[in-house]
Design a protein around this ligand. Structure first.
Ligand SMILES: Nc1ncnc2c1ncn2[C@@H]1O[C@H](COP(=O)(O)OP(=O)(O)O)[C@@H](O)[C@H]1O
Ligand SMILES: [Mg+2]
Length: 258
């Protein structure tokens, strides 16, 4: 299946139908999940700890096989499709510089050295790391490491970007800056983004749609549009509209945890 609109060709759409995951130890992590993510959407998935968010994301990425149902990622019209995954830990190689960490996916694709350095540098500049290209991971703060991880995810120009609580371990200010950078990257690139978080304010700031899961086994309790303007800047967090949207998602989270 492909999107019919020629202008909506940058992101992959995703379909989950009746997705279920039972681990060999009998734990039912995900139960009968139906979800349709459109090309170019930015969706946040929220839910209590242990409700199956990571499992769901791993199933979408193809890292885990569902026990039942189907999970499909569709090619955009342009034909090329590429999935990138950002974990809570930056997972950088300590013996490689920032630049060479960010360039790794291109190296694995066989892209020649000058070109991959050029593309990786550009991605690192976008996340504000232009002064850290030759540093090693041990010389970076947690926030900078996460930025490298984000830049590395972007170098292949993915059609689908999956993020699993990527900024959860960072301090509030760093996290908010990274949220803003991620939102900007998405606005500039137009890929589909699925972002897992347990923070209601982060979900509302970032996403145009919030999907709230119940406690394990995870089901969708609420799936709603975030009614905020497309341009999201820091001051938005101080507005009544932001407080209202955050509260609505919070109520859904409480309902799903009952
Ligand atoms: N490989 C596994 N084997 C058995 N149980 C697992 C495995 N991975 C996750 N689980 C269990 O499945 C449930 C959902 O886990 P997870 O998807 O990591 O939740 P979340 O990301 O929402 O915190 C949890 O109860 C977890 O302990
Ligand atoms: Mg998780």
């Amino acid at each position: 299946m492909t999107d019919a609109s020629p202008t909506a060709a940058k992101g992959s759409s995703v379909t989950l139908r009746g997705v279920r995951k039972v681990f060999p130890n009998g734990v039912v992590a995900v139960e009968e999940m139906d979800l349709e993510v459109k090309a170019g959407e930015f969706v946040a998935i929220l839910g209590p700890s242990g409700c199956g968010k990571s499992t769901l994301l791993r199933i979408i990425a193809g890292l885990e096989k569902p026990t039942g149902g189907v999970a499909q990622i569709h090619r955009p019209d342009a034909g090329r499709f590429d999935v990138a995954y950002v974990f809570q830990d930056a997972h950088l190689l300590p013996w490689r510089t920032v630049l060479s960490n960010a360039a790794l996916p291109l190296e694995l694709q066989g892209v020649e050295r000058a070109r991959r350095r050029e593309v990786a540098t550009e991605a690192l500049v976008k996340v504000g790391l232009e002064d850290a290209l030759e540093r090693y991971p041990a010389q970076l703060s947690g926030g900078m490491r996460m930025r490298v991880s984000l830049a590395r995810a972007m170098v292949t120009d993915p059609t689908l970007l999956l993020l699993d609580e990527p900024f959860a371990a960072l301090d509030e200010i760093t996290r908010q800056r990274l949220d803003e950078q991620l939102r900007e990257l998405w606005r500039a690139r137009g890929m589909t983004v699925i972002f897992v978080t347990h923070s209601t304010s982060e979900a509302v700031f970032l996403a145009d749609r919030a999907v709230v899961m119940s406690k394990r086994p995870g089901r969708i309790v609420v799936d709603r549009a975030v009614e905020l303007p497309p341009e999201r800047v820091g001051e938005l967090r101080a507005t009544a509209a932001f407080a209202r949207e955050t509260h609505l998602v919070y109520e859904a989270l409480v309902q799903g945890d009952a």
